[in-house]
Design a protein around this ligand. Structure first.
Ligand SMILES: NC(=O)c1ccc[n+]([C@@H]2O[C@H](COP(=O)([O-])OP(=O)(O)OC[C@H]3O[C@@H](n4cnc5c(N)ncnc54)[C@H](O)[C@@H]3O)[C@@H](O)[C@H]2O)c1
Length: 367
């Protein structure tokens, strides 16, 4: 769960306030506490050059405050690049609430959190992440307008996962086009690791396309149900990385591409929804490139969810959401071309194009 912009062991070596802010150029970090509700939250605002910092709130039982801080810094930075590469006028932010979402989350706590969000006057806009439901965002909406991911009944865009899956499907097709010369996934062997909200819809797209789908999950009941529903093969957890497949789609946890796994991979394409798939974004990106594996950057192809919530701010509908998400196909192809031209990894290409967009906007603002 927690890694990698600063390894958690190293984060303590950096000074606690401005050291943390400057490590990855964060603009602001807000610590929020309310004794009555038990709220302990950190809001990380990484960059607001392109627009307000939008990113979800994660509630997690962190082992330590350092771990929570590391997570919020890493995630908020990721949001800056995700929105920038997707062409959205949004900055990057994220929030974490320290605690167990199953036992410690109450409407009072969520409202108090919403009040802290409100105090930032729109500089940070929240949404759902791990440990949060649409209903929690509806509760936050009672005290602040600076929230997205609210229910359709309350005027929101609803569940983002199917849109995220569509974007991943588009990114995967583009990666297949680059690697195999054809974007059809018919008869391609695709392994989806994690068949949750995003993973299942992805399996559905793949099945309709005629791919040979394999699935893996720690939830055995779901695994067996979906295997029957989609006629998908099951791959045991310890066989995921050396499975004989063409495409590996990580849709569960981060950091599955690491020193141990990359050498085992037989897949020639990696394209999935999970955030922060590369345990070390530079070293492991390079390892994939050296092995000739086409990697579709996670923060680019899983942007469907943010496109969906952005619709709530901009007031556009489903048709435009799908159109914007479909563009992930072309952007992914552009990233492969850029990476080849510049001799860098696809992850570095996506980062540098996102950074260029931010720098350009900053220059324009100064004129
Ligand atoms: N939901 C979105 O719109 C969205 C947007 C962007 C990124 N993501 C990322 O995509 C991933 C999936 O999101 P989701 O909403 O489908 O989550 P989810 O919780 O609905 O599904 C995750 C699935 O992974 C399984 N899983 C957990 N640990 C596993 C392991 N070690 N091996 C195999 N399977 C395991 C779980 O049992 C579950 O079925 C997450 O990393 C999330 O951060 C999601």
């Amino acid at each position: 769960m927690v890694s990698d912009v600063i390894a958690s062991a190293d984060i303590k070596k950096v000074d606690p306030v401005f050291g943390q802010l400057s490590f990855n150029d964060h603009e602001q970090v807000v610590f929020c506490q309310d004794k009555d509700t038990g709220l302990k939250a950190i809001i990380g605002i990484h960059n607001t050059v392109l627009g307000p910092a939008l990113g979800g709130t994660r509630m997690w039982n962190y082992n330590s405050e350092w771990e929570a801080l590391n997570d919020v810094l890493r995630l908020s930075r990721g949001m800056t690049y995700k929105s920038a590469i997707t062409g959205l006028n949004l900055g990057g932010g994220k929030a974490v609430i320290i605690g167990d979402a199953r036992t410690q989350k109450t409407p009072e706590l969520m409202k108090r959190f919403g009040e802290f969000v409100h105090s930032l006057s729109g500089k940070y806009i929240t949404a759902e992440d791990v440990g949060m439901e649409t209903a929690d965002m509806d509760t936050v909406r009672e005290v602040t307008p600076y929230v997205t991911g609210i229910s359709e009944e309350k005027g929101g865009a609803g569940n983002p996962s199917p849109i995220t899956a569509y974007g991943v499907f588009m990114g995967m097709k583009a990666a297949a086009k680059y690697q195999f010369g054809d974007d059809s996934l018919e008869d391609k062997k695709v392994l989806v690791q994690g068949i949750g909200h995003v993973g299942e819809t992805l399996v559905d797209y793949l099945t309709n396309e005629g791919a040979r789908v394999f699935i893996s999950d720690i939830n055995q009941e779901r695994l067996s149900d979906l295997s029957i529903k989609y006629k998908a093969g099951i791959v045991e957890a310890n066989e995921v990385y050396n499975a004989d497949v063409d495409i590996y789609a990580p849709c569960a946890l981060g950091a599955t591409l690491n020193d141990e796994t990359i050498g085992q991979l037989r897949a020639k394409v990696v394209a999935g929804a999970a955030n922060n798939q590369l345990a070390d974004e530079f070293r492991h990106g390079a390892m994939l490139k050296e092995r000739g594996i086409a990697y579709a950057p996670d923060f680019l192809i899983n942007a469907g969810g943010i496109i969906n919530v952005y619709a709530e701010l901009e007031g556009y509908g489903k048709h435009e959401i799908m159109r914007k998400t479909e563009k992930i196909y072309k952007t992914t192809l552009d990233i492969f071309a850029h990476s080849e031209l510049n001799g860098c990894t696809t992850h570095e290409s996506a980062l540098s194009i996102a950074q260029e967009r931010i720098d350009k906007r900053k220059m324009e603002a100064k004129k």
